[in-house]
Design a protein. Structure first.
Length: 202
């Protein structure tokens, strides 16, 4: 940021008046440095809207800290430092807000997914129970012993005093019957989940 074309004495006089709260001096400094601050801010943030905001913030800062101006230091370097600090603060704030926004969106999405999963699970359980209830008594008992009590085919055969092959045949037929019922009465997603998680034959 190049030094504006002000006579050094004139520049010093304006700064001295600014320190005393002279609004006319402040306006003149504003008009002299505004475009320079805007250009520097824009180079840093690549946004005209943000650069305009930075210009306003820089001059508000200058007015608020006018009594602390060090007349022995370069005013150009001073406002350049202020501009840089405001741009960096803005970028940090934007990054935090973006992270917060992403976290909020993630929370909403995961919460929504949990709700949808709960609804789907409820639908799945209801249709699944209906399908089991419609099975013939023997197939129902064998299916429940296998899927709900997790008995092996050998254990079921021994418990019911039937052959292992009979247990296997009943399981195949029961699984097919339940799949057919779910496919006709449930959603496609419900059917897919049911098929993959519930209907594997031993």
């Amino acid at each position: 940021m190049d030094e504006p074309q002000l006579d050094k004495l004139e520049n010093m006089d304006l700064l001295m008046k600014l320190r005393k709260g002279d609004e006319a001096a402040f306006i003149k400094i504003y008009n002299q440095y505004r475009s320079k601050i805007y250009t520097y801010a824009y180079q840093l943030c690549k946004s005209s809207d943000i650069a305009e905001e930075i210009v306003q913030e820089v001059f508000i800062k200058i007015w608020q800290k006018k009594e602390q101006l060090n007349l022995e230091l370069s005013f150009n370097a001073y406002i350049k430092k202020i501009t840089l600090n405001h741009v960096l603060n803005y970028l940090k704030k934007t990054a935090r807000e973006r992270a917060l926004q992403e976290q909020i969106l993630y929370t909403i999405e995961t919460s929504s997914n949990r709700t949808e999963d709960h609804i789907l699970e409820k639908e799945l359980r209801q249709i699944y129970d209906e399908a089991i209830a419609r099975l013939p008594q023997q197939k129902k008992i064998i299916y429940q012993l296998c899927r709900l009590q997790e008995l092996s085919h050998d254990e079921i055969a021994l418990k019911l005093n039937i052959s292992k092959n009979t247990v296997k045949n009943h399981m195949v037929e029961a699984s097919r019957s339940i799949r057919d019922y779910v496919s006709k009465n449930g959603s496609i997603i419900c059917f897919i989940i049911t098929s993959s998680n519930y209907f594997h034959s031993n």
